[in-house]
Ligand binder design. Structure first.
Ligand code: ADP
Ligand code: MG
Length: 398
């Protein structure tokens, strides 16, 4: 990662919020091109069989009396105890048992251990298990087919909705992609997909063909970052009046008697009506947070309690924002970046079981491009434009 760019990296942001621990967020995976390189939560991976050849040398040299060897456990693979008179192998795997004279337990004389390992590794070891893995480096299509659900794939460097794609992995093994971003949607629609691939080729194109469909004049995505993505679980869409709501807490540099500080000057709320909810640039509205909270809560709480609910949830959002600011500002400074204003973006969700509002974290927005006038007038006290802030506090970097 080039120095100074970390704070704009969505993976960096997610790692920071994960470490902080008090703001919920979706599971995420790091993508390079169309490969998943690592993820935050264990994914369930179906392992049909493993090729043991790469481990043959290790298995051979492990035959030292006292050693215990376990390959995926007694049920799926085998376990072995190395003794002075041989290696006691225990397995309920038929492939292993076949090499133990058909027995579930067998003593392999030490002199025959190397031969046993060679026989065992000659063919893939059938496992037939589903297990949790943190790092299932895998092709996007393979990884998602194992985990039906709805995901958001987006460029790792902020693009304001450009190139953001919702991928759905269906129970029947097919994959589909859709986008609110007109350039992206058109490209995916016209992509000459092979029906036999069942969507694998389309979603790989969404991750790897960005240079072909992103309008580089407006997206502001650095060229070197074009193929880097973050894949996230989709945060649920809980709508009201047809819209979903994304609050943005605005943090701004301020002068104090003793120097400078970052203050929370208020919050506004993005109101989005599009299908994916990741609309580009001007394709959404902004309201004062209280107005959005009222809209969101009205169909969900008793009307007599509405004002109370709005106040309580607003206070929770601000309290969360303060804790985030206290952690993030020093981290941004430690990375050598100097910024004067940023937004903490989240999305309003309704937790039906616990009858409460949740607001999972979406992203830090460094550089707030636009704020609608009505939201600005009533909700942000002392707001200054980027230009005003730069003339007061000097240039922004990083
Ligand atoms: N994990 C997610 N679940 C649901 N929607 C998401 C998710 N991540 C992003 N989105 C939608 O996509 C929009 C853009 O994503 P965001 O992370 O803000 O990136 P950027 O603004 O840089 O494009 C968000 O405002 C939100 O509507
Ligand atoms: Mg955004």
């Amino acid at each position: 990662m080039p120095p100074g760019t970390g704070i704009r990296d969505k993976v960096w942001q997610r790692l920071v919020v994960e470490e902080m621990g008090h703001l919920s967020q979706p599971g995420f995976a790091v993508m390079i091109g169309s490969r998943v390189e690592g993820c935050s939560a264990p994914w369930l991976v179906r392992v049909g069989a493993v090729d043991c050849r790469p481990t043959a040398a290790t298995l051979r040299s492990a035959a030292v009396p006292g050693a215990i060897i376990v390959v995926e456990g007694v049920d799926a693979g085998f376990a072995a105890e190395v003794r002075t008179d041989g290696v006691r192998v225990v397995s309920r795997n038929s492939h292993v048992a076949a090499r133990l004279n058909g027995a579930a337990e067998h003593l392999v004389p030490l002199a025959q251990w190397n031969q046993f390992v060679s026989d065992l590794c000659e063919q893939p070891l059938p496992l037939g298990i589903t297990k949790a893995a943190y790092n299932p480096a895998a092709e996007l299509g393979d990884a998602l087919r194992e985990c039906p659900g709805s995901y958001i794939l987006k460029p790792r460097y902020g693009s304001n909705g450009v190139g953001v794609v919702r991928i759905v992995s269906h129970a029947d093994g097919s994959l589909t992609a859709e986008s609110d971003c007109p350039d992206t949607a058109l490209y995916l629609e016209e992509f000459p997909h092979d029906p036999r691939q069942r969507g694998r080729d389309v979603i790989a194109a969404a991750a790897t063909h960005r240079p072909r469909f992103v309008d580089r004049a407006s997206a502001g995505l650095p060229e070197w970052a074009m193929g880097l993505s973050i894949l996230e679980e989709e945060i649920r869409q809980d709508r009201a009046d047809g819209s979903l709501f994304e609050p943005r807490i605005v943090v701004q540099r301020m002068k104090t008697d003793s120097g400078e500080t970052f203050a929370i000057i208020g919050a506004i709320c993005k109101r989005i009506d599009t299908s994916v909810g990741a609309s580009v640039a001007r394709d959404f509205r902004e309201e004062p947070l209280d107005v959005s909270l009222g809209r969101f809560l009205r169909p969900r709480v008793p009307s007599a309690d509405l004002t109370d609910w709005v106040r309580r949830v607003r206070n929770e959002i601000f309290a969360a924002g303060e804790r985030v600011r206290d952690v993030v500002v020093p981290l941004v400074e430690a990375r050598g970046a100097r910024i004067h204003q940023f937004g903490i973006d989240c999305r309003l969700c309704w937790n039906q079981a616990e009858h409460r509002v949740a607001f999972p974290f979406l992203e830090f927005q460094f550089g707030i491009g636009r704020i609608d006038q009505t939201a600005l007038d009533t909700s942000l006290v002392g707001y200054q434009t980027g230009e005003q802030l730069r003339s007061r506090f000097g240039p922004e970097t990083g």
